[in-house]
Design a protein around this ligand. Structure first.
Ligand code: FMN
Length: 475
């Protein structure tokens, strides 16, 4: 970065994201167009509309006019609105029209770039959760801890990042020929790509609390990227490859060898469990006139999730370890899963958000906001494509440390296997009680974190299920 412009101070620009355009309509109304969708942004003054056009090329984030000028206030509101919908990105550049250093793509709704204060006394190093990868024809810096991804605009940024693999003081960084500047480092720190190291603690422990130290790189990345809330990538049944690759056959083509026809040997007979397994199905439509009752909820949780016994392992590898057994199996008797109930309609139980204390067999109210409660229930309705809201949305959370404290390499996959085990247990209990239930494939881990106040890496949402009284004609 040796041309003259490279010595200009770094500037943070805000600009419309790729494929986003602003359209002005009659009466000063502004609309954003993207992906064949339109978002109404509101009515703006002529001065604000003039400045809004700068957003295509990029506009200094702190504005160019007087900070308290009325159009600046309008523009800040406009940018905030666009940011909430993921329609803006930021660019760190050398001067207003100088070369770009990185383009910053927000991944979380409340992400705003902040130049963190740097500490001249501590060395800085890359987070062990940060990684560079090719995406299309770009190189991007990502991390499951980051509120944004950084798209590299200059290959020298990659070598500057590589240098941060070993802790470097500010003075050492400043003297490196490819150092993109303190503003860049301040933004890396803001997104937790880089951290100030406490030499007494060492690299891993400097990163965060003990709960973070227990996470492995691939597990945290898998958790964040396979759920909603902490990234901005498209997810769900998008059929993204359907135009190129035919759907794999519904039933595996038979192996050519000789077959032993089992039906001729024994049939399922009249086993009550086999009959219940066959009866089980997912119910997505609920009877608003006859909500599930508190007594049913109590019986449901008692049968499927209550702690049935507590004991200490008396011998072997886990000697002294306490086990709180529940009606379902759990790898290493970890029992890390907890149930939270977002109640929309339940006779005898107030609408609200509750933790199921599986030891006391009690529901404990948690002070989530009405808006959060509505959002988690609406998300469930949306995931099921249902005409009615689920009466209760159950979120399974994992106290991850219970598993990762013991198991290396596959801790998170073990948690997801446990989610499957609990899902089927809840399905069967619901079937037996003639309640409706439907598993939900993906939840918003950030929403759960905000509802509980629990950091997403300490106890986080890993599975969801809707339950209630099924509408009679829901089949
Ligand atoms: C892990 C898992 C995730 C699921 N996610 C959803 C979902 O997000 N939305 C939905 O409507 N159904 C969901 N289902 C229900 C399936 O669509 C359903 O089990 C499948 O179509 C078979 O139908 P059945 O359950 O009635 O036998 C899920 C099921 C499982 C096991």
């Amino acid at each position: 970065m040796s041309d003259d412009r490279s010595r200009a101070p770094a500037l943070l620009l805000v600009k419309l994201g790729p494929g986003v355009a602003l359209e002005e309509e009659a009466g000063g109304v502004l609309r954003a167009r993207f992906d064949r969708e339109a978002l109404l942004l509101g009515k703006f003054s002529a001065a604000a509309l003039r400045h809004a056009t700068d957003l295509s090329a990029g506009r200094p984030l702190s504005g160019v006019g007087a900070y308290d000028a009325p159009e600046e206030k309008e523009l800040r509101g406009l940018i905030q609105r666009l940011a909430l919908h993921g329609l803006v990105e930021y660019q760190l550049s050398r001067g207003a029209d100088g070369p770009g250093i990185v383009a910053i793509e927000p991944q979380m709704r409340d992400y705003r770039p902040n130049f963190q204060k740097l500490d001249g006394t501590r060395p800085y190093a890359l987070s062990r959760f940060a990684y560079l990868r090719r995406r299309g024809e770009d190189l991007v810096l990502e991390s499951p801890l980051a509120g944004a991804s950084f798209r590299l605009c200059d290959a020298r940024v990659a070598s500057a990042l590589a240098r941060l693999a070993t802790p470097q003081t500010l003075a050492e960084l400043r003297s490196a020929p490819d150092f993109p500047g303190e503003e860049f480092l301040a933004l890396l720190v803001d997104c937790r790509f880089t951290l100030a190291i406490d030499p007494a603690k060492g690299l891993r422990a400097s990163e965060g609390d003990d709960d973070l130290a227990l996470w492995e790189f691939h597990d945290l990345l898998f958790h964040v990227r396979s759920t909603n809330g902490r990234h901005a990538n498209p997810t769900g049944g998008l059929y993204a490859h359907a135009h190129r690759i035919p759907q794999p056959p519904v039933v595996r083509p038979a192996w050519p060898g000789p077959a032993i026809e089992l039906a001729k040997i024994a049939d399922a007979g009249d086993s009550a469990l086999a009959a219940m397994l066959r009866r089980r199905r997912s119910e997505r439509v609920f009877d608003d006139a006859r909500p599930i009752t508190l007594a049913e909820v109590a019986r449901f949780l008692d049968g499927a999730a209550r702690i049935v016994s507590r004991h200490r392992v008396s011998e072997g590898e886990g000697e002294g370890m306490e086990v709180a057994a529940r009606p379902y199996p759990s790898g290493g008797a970890s029992y890390e899963l907890e149930l939270y109930l977002a109640v929309d309609k339940c006779a005898g139980l107030a609408r609200g958000f509750y933790h199921y204390d599986a030891d006391r067999h009690a529901l404990v109210a948690i002070g989530a906001t009405e808006r959060q409660l509505g959002a988690i229930i609406d998300d469930g309705q949306f995931a099921m494509g249902a005409p009615t809201r689920p009466q209760i949305m159950i979120t399974m959370s994992a106290r991850f440390g219970r598993v990762s404290w013991k198991y290396s390499g596959f801790a998170y996959s073990l948690v997801l296997k446990h989610v499957g085990v609990v899902m089927q247990t809840l399905y069967l209990m619901a079937t037996e009680m003639e309640l409706g239930a439907c598993a939900i494939g993906v939840g918003d881990i950030d929403l759960f974190s905000r509802m509980t106040g629990l950091p997403f890496h300490v106890e986080g949402a890993v599975g969801q299920m809707a339950i209630g009284r099924a509408a009679q004609d829901s089949s």
